[in-house]
Design a protein around this ligand. Structure first.
Ligand code: GLC
Length: 714
């Protein structure tokens, strides 16, 4: 595993970096800190003058369901030849791109991937994405996005792993492993980028780019852990976020970008700004002009300026005027050059132009995408309706997603193409066993007419990817206009009704939940999402997804998450004065960790090996598949620090394990808990472990399970 230490011990590379730096002029060093977007003739002059270190979006792709032309490997090689052959020192470029959830083979959106609770599968997906992207000349992805998010109004909740730092950390590390592998110089691996450092998901009102106010304790115990997991995994780069945190913009936040990231965590890679976020320090009001913005960014610890051009324009003059020492630029250039050497770019700057023909959309990659999508969908309700069997001869599929193609790809899809996607209706036709008469109707009137003559209606509703992702925040978590009415009208006909929701965020769907006989949350499932849905609907596979984020009853409940503090007047208190709404139950619509299958599981015989723990203890329970079908259960371990020097969450996820159990099969699931798992940020903002009582639960989600307790004696 490539750890931070690995950056130091590879002396031959350090010698090469030092030797190259010794030849470089100040403008050439600054050039390595400069990233441009796309490429045109004006950029060629910059390359020749050594003023560009990295290019993102070669061929200028735009995120969304209908991306612009993808990367063409011949173009990447041609531009690389200009940098290598036409500049004084021939330093190769680092081509970056948003390879967020697949490249040409598109996987479920990251929030859906988190619903699989399966880091190994996330890792495999990232490795496939790396293989496809590198076949087109890409060598750096701006992923994984590891921002904790507890406000579904924020569009970028789609890009992360949900609300929990433990699950988020496991997924962050897995994604880094998948993208980077063991050796960055492997031509099939990408440099990864943990983003958006840090606290971005706490945007006020769920409005992207808004200020974030949070305590050091919340920052350290909730939002930083996935980044720390990525750094411990050896992530090559981090991206500094757009927002201000407690008044300090991240791009000028030396305490976090340098003191914490480098001095405390030992991060040895480099930090890239987000899109123009360095020059935006002027908008934040902490820089009077672009030159001051450049100064503030570099001094804080932003090594590379993404497309605002202020480093290239102003750093040389800031050194000339004595405002900056060349040493700071030298160090930033060192970090970038070190990674270019580690990535093998000097030995092998070009990509085999034929590789992509045998790489993109490999059948085994599409098969994996289908299996992955199946694992991510969450069955939220099932009144003995699913899987669809012989009870239902005539089946109507309707709703805005009935013929979905590109819509299944979700947000931040840069290189996936709608034409690669089998339309949902066609996928269902191909998968449905014979004996069913299937109807696929998008027109509401026609659907309501037909619905009176069928045995089952499947309503395919949800949000279009254009309403999900960056700068796609919503003030109302209801289904988009007209869809609730459609579900109501269908339900009024009294025909068995299954509702499938496609979304990039949790949607507040209490009414639809009541009306549906079965409810399946499909997120935006990627290239093979139609087949994956059909597999689950017709019982060719078992639903096994579990919610990585709480689903609220109503927008007004937000923020709502399971690991909340107890409050002095917790719900359930005897007093009439307790924390609640007068117009809504306190509980969410569906809790973190929740999901159903086509079978059911029971938990019994909780055991705690060391009820008085000093070093570590094993906490275990038996899980039984008590149904008649095989199933996959994700057993979850939660802990509560009952009394501490600060108020602690009522529960915190500390372990999970996926169990495939045959009907009647019982297996004991065991978790090891050590004192280091109990560390939290205490009253003085320092990490502590405190002796005392801890409650434990092993169960199917954050609201259920076998309860026990142990005492930590130190
Ligand atoms: C965007 C996003 C960031 C992305 C970058 C490059 O604005 O904030 O996540 O990686 O710009 O596209």
């Amino acid at each position: 595993m490539l750890t931070s230490a690995a950056f130091l011990i590879r002396q031959p590379i350090e010698d090469k970096v030092n030797q190259l730096l010794s030849q470089m002029t100040l403008p050439e060093k600054v050039g390595q800190l400069n990233q441009i977007n796309g490429f045109d003739d004006s950029a060629r002059l910059r390359l020749q003058q050594g003023e560009v270190g990295s290019i993102l979006n070669l061929n200028a792709a735009l995120p969304g369901p209908n991306p612009s032309p993808a990367v063409i490997v011949e173009a990447a090689n041609a531009v690389q030849r200009m940098a290598v052959n036409e500049s004084r020192l021939g330093i190769p470029l680092l081509f970056g791109r948003d390879v967020i959830h697949g490249f040409r083979t598109v996987f479920p959106i990251p929030l859906a991937q988190a619903a699989a609770w399966d880091p190994a599968t996330v890792e495999q997906g990232a490795a496939i994405a790396a293989d496809e992207a590198t076949s087109q000349g890409v060598k750096w992805t701006f992923a994984p996005m590891v921002d904790i998010a507890r406000d579904p109004r924020w569009g970028r909740v789609a890009e992360g792993a949900g609300e929990d730092p433990f699950l988020g950390s496991a997924i962050a590390a897995a994604a880094v492993r998948g993208f980077q592998g063991e050796d960055l110089s492997d031509p099939r691996r990408l440099l990864a980028c943990a983003k958006h450092f840090v606290g971005y998901g706490g945007a006020q009102g769920g409005r992207d780019y808004e200020s974030v106010e949070m305590s050091v304790r919340t920052l350290r115990d909730v939002y930083l852990p996935p980044f720390h997991a990525a750094v411990r995994q050896g992530v090559a780069t981090l991206m500094a976020a757009f927002h201000d945190l407690n008044g300090i913009p991240l791009n000028a936040h030396r305490e976090l970008l340098t003191d914490l990231l480098r001095a405390e965590w030992g991060f040895k890679g480099f930090v890239v700004s987000d899109w123009r976020s360095v020059i935006e320090l002027v908008n934040h009001g902490i820089a009077a002009d672009p030159a001051e913005a450049a100064y503030a960014g570099l001094v804080a610890g932003v090594d590379m300026d993404m497309v605002s051009d202020v480093y290239r324009q102003h750093l040389p003059e800031l050194v000339a005027d004595g405002h900056l020492s060349e040493a700071q630029i030298h160090e930033a250039a060192r970090r970038i050059l070190r990674l270019k050497f580690l990535a093998g770019l000097f030995e092998n700057p070009y990509t085999d132009p034929a590789r992509h023909r045998s790489t993109l959309l490999k059948p085994e990659y599409l098969q994996f995408a289908r299996q992955f999508a199946r694992q991510t969908m969450v069955l939220l309700k099932n009144e003995q309706l699913l899987p669809i069997d012989g009870r239902f001869k005539r089946i109507l599929f309707t709703g805005p997603f009935v013929h979905a193609r590109g819509e299944l790809l979700g947000t931040w899809n840069v290189d996936g193409r709608a034409e690669d996607v089998t339309p949902l209706s066609q996928a269902v036709r191909e998968i449905a066993p014979t004996g069913h008469e299937l109807f696929f109707v998008e027109n509401t009137d026609e659907a309501l007419h037909l619905a009176q003559h069928v045995d089952l209606v499947v309503a395919l509703v949800g949000e279009h990817p254009s309403r999900s992702g960056e700068n796609r925040n919503v003030s109302d978590l209801s289904l988009p206009p007209g869809q609730t009415q459609l579900v109501q009208a269908l339900a009024d006909l009294g025909v068995p009704l299954a509702v499938v929701v496609f979304a990039g965020r949790p949607l507040a769907i209490p009414h639809e939940t009541r009306l549906a006989d079965a409810l399946l949350y499909a997120w935006h499932p990627g290239s093979e999402g139609g087949f994956a849905l059909a597999d689950l609907l017709f019982g060719l596979a078992q639903p096994s997804g579990r919610l990585p984020i709480t689903i609220p009853r109503r927008t007004g409940q937000v923020p709502i998450y399971y690991a909340h503090k107890p409050s002095g007047r917790p719900v359930g208190s005897t007093t009439e004065f307790l924390t609640r709404y007068v117009d809504l139950p306190y509980s969410p619509l569906f809790p973190f960790g929740f999901g159903l299958g086509y079978t059911s599981f029971t938990y019994h015989n909780l055991e705690i090996s060391e009820p008085h723990m000093t070093g570590e203890t094993q906490i275990s329970a038996e899980v039984t598949n008590q149904g008649s079908l095989p199933g996959i259960e994700t057993a979850q371990l939660y802990l509560r620090d009952v009394h501490a020097s600060v108020a602690r969450p009522v529960k915190e996820l500390k372990g999970f394990q996926r169990l495939e159990l045959q009907p009647g099969e019982t297996r004991r699931v065991t978790f090891t808990v050590s004192a280091t798992d109990l560390v939290f940020t205490s009253y003085n903002d320092l990490p502590r472990v405190e002796p005392g009582d801890y409650q434990v639960w092993i169960g199917p989600n954050s609201t259920a399970g076998l309860q026990g307790s142990f005492t930590l004696d130190i």
